[in-house]
Design a protein around this ligand. Structure first.
Ligand SMILES: C[S@@+](CC[C@H](N)C(=O)[O-])C[C@H]1O[C@@H](n2cnc3c(N)ncnc32)[C@H](O)[C@@H]1O
Length: 273
């Protein structure tokens, strides 16, 4: 049986050029002999959009790597000509909730989902939220080409602390691996918090591994949150952030509270007006 690198060479997928093959190999090898259902968003062949049978290299790669697998491709373009035995192709968009629901009803739950579609960060986040509930309990969700997270022309952002990018979601998910340790009063873990047990990442690719992230924190029980530290760590920084907003400052000015606005500026920015 051929290994993944050989199959990638054989089928000419660009996953090889991007350096993803060793990552996929370690991630998927334990499942190789299972009858997995794998959904890949993005069938490819965009260099020749007139040819409906162009693309499908990665679908063929997965077909051969998982000999007992069912492979499903989703693409916004009509790529149904790529379908063959054990390879199904659906036309639709990764940001169309009805399309994703239909797909999940027909082929889910999935063992593996790979998002190699539009790579627009808002799409990546939307699709992740929509499809994670359709992963099997030990499923794996992969996002490729996360470089767009840093590219404004793709809907990403230069700033590393930008909040709506795909990598912002990954970083938030990293924190939430530790949700049992959160001491914020009233915090309730989401389904995603309780399902994702591991996050693996390399240059431009990230994988979320599902399981059961329900281990309680021993510390949470023995050390209830002291109200003072909650005020200091949680509430005060948010209040300060809000006060810093120019709208708040000009509202204070307008309300005639010039003294108050001056005080805020002086305390927070060191301005003297
Ligand atoms: C990078 S290619 C996929 C390559 C393929 N997975 C491979 O490894 O051989 C990206 C594909 O995503 C498709 N695509 C773009 N926007 C999409 C969307 N909103 N929903 C689904 N597919 C989309 C494009 O038509 C294109 O075929």
């Amino acid at each position: 049986m051929e290994d993944l690198a050989t199959l990638a060479e054989l089928h000419g997928t660009d996953k090889r050029d991007h350096g993803y093959i060793p990552f996929y190999d370690s991630l998927f090898s334990p499942k190789r002999h299972e009858s997995v259902t794998l959904l890949e968003i993005g069938v490819g062949g965009f260099s020749d959009p007139e040819d409906p049978s162009a693309g499908g290299e990665s679908l063929r790669l997965w077909r051969d790597f998982f000999p007992g697998g069912t492979i499903v491709g989703l693409d916004v373009l009509d790529k149904r000509a790529v379908a063959e035995e054990r390879v199904h192709v659906v036309q639709g968009s990764q940001v169309d909730p009805r399309c994703l629901e239909r797909l999940a009803c027909q082929y889910g739950p999935f063992d593996i989902v790979i998002d190699d579609g539009s790579h627009v960060p808002a799409h990546v986040r939307f699709t992740f939220d929509a499809l994670l509930p359709h992963l099997k309990p030990d499923g794996i969700y992969v996002i490729e080409d996360t470089q767009t997270s840093y590219w404004p022309e793709w809907g990403g952002a230069f700033r590393l602390n930008a909040r709506r990018t795909s990598m912002a979601m990954v970083k938030q998910r990293l924190d939430h691996l530790n949700h049992a340790e959160f001491k914020r009063p009233g915090f309730v873990p989401s389904d995603a918090d309780r399902r994702i047990v591991e996050i693996r990442a390399r240059h431009n690719i990230v994988a979320f591994v599902c399981g059961s992230n329900d281990r309680p924190s021993r510390l949470n029980r023995s050390h209830p949150v002291p109200t003072r530290s909650w005020l200091r760590e949680e509430l005060a920084p948010v209040a300060v952030q809000r006060l810093r907003h120019p709208v708040v400052l000009s509202a204070l000015d307008k309300a005639g509270a010039r003294g108050g606005a001056r005080w805020v500026r002086r305390r927070l920015f060191g301005w003297v007006s």
